[in-house]
Design a protein. Structure first.
Length: 230
């Protein structure tokens, strides 16, 4: 399979996704939007992964490439490609499909549980009843028209959605590794404000290795699901 990913900043890469894809010998290509705007034709990949970043989907005046990126995502969805969006990536999918993205009532940064909604449709990905995951966001998305909510949390009502059989958006990060957690803390620690849904740097980084292993395993399951739909 051919996998293409969109990366918005140097410190938010594939994380555990890279090992999963390499182990299965999938071909990986990328567009690093902080270096150039070079989108492939949708015929050149089976799965598109849209990564996170500190900017807002509404920052088109300061990041003009956002307009082109949303158009590219719409084209990938229209071409019936499997698409996975993570944090900003999920918000970009929602925005590209005409759903609103706006500031959440609370920033959500650190390790907090999400609850699977156990959507009744048989064709959607099923999250565990409850899963402790890594968050780093201050905005939220509305569900695109026709999308099914897959997960929610106390701090954010819409945590994950599925559109059709092969497009999934996650507000949270299942790909986080100890190394990538350190990277985002090092580059964005100014966001660690005092709030009930924002943990300290120590709380974020000093979690058991099993926490990373659990979310990475769930990401592996999700990637397998999407690649099977490609």
């Amino acid at each position: 399979m051919k996998v293409h990913y969109l990366q918005h900043v140097p410190f938010e890469g594939l994380g555990s996704i890279e090992h999963c894809l390499q182990s299965a010998k999938h071909r990986i290509t990328s567009t690093r939007l902080y270096e150039s705007i070079d989108f492939p034709d949708p015929s050149e990949f089976d799965l598109l992964i849209v990564m996170g970043g500190p900017m807002s989907v509404n920052d088109e005046s300061t990041h003009s490439w956002l307009t082109q990126e949303k158009k590219f995502i719409r084209c990938a969805v229209a071409a019936n490609k499997s698409v996975l969006g993570i944090c900003l990536g999920a918000q970009l999918i929602a925005s590209s499909m005409s759903a609103q993205v706006y500031r959440n009532d609370e920033k959500e940064i650190g390790w907090f549980p999400v609850k699977g909604t156990h959507a009744s449709a048989e064709s959607v990905f099923k999250f565990p009843h409850e899963l402790n995951v890594f968050h780093w966001h201050g905005e939220k998305f509305e569900l695109p028209e026709g999308a099914i909510k897959l997960a929610e949390s106390e701090g954010c009502s819409n945590q994950a959605f599925q559109l059709g059989r092969n497009v999934i958006g996650l507000q949270f990060h299942l790909e986080t590794t100890p190394e990538s957690a350190m990277q985002i803390v090092s580059n964005c620690r100014d966001e660690l404000i005092s709030s009930r849904y924002v943990q300290s740097e120590e709380e974020i980084l000093n979690v058991a290795t099993t926490e990373f292993e659990t979310i990475n395993s769930t990401m592996d399951d999700l990637l397998t699901y999407l690649l099977e739909k490609a």
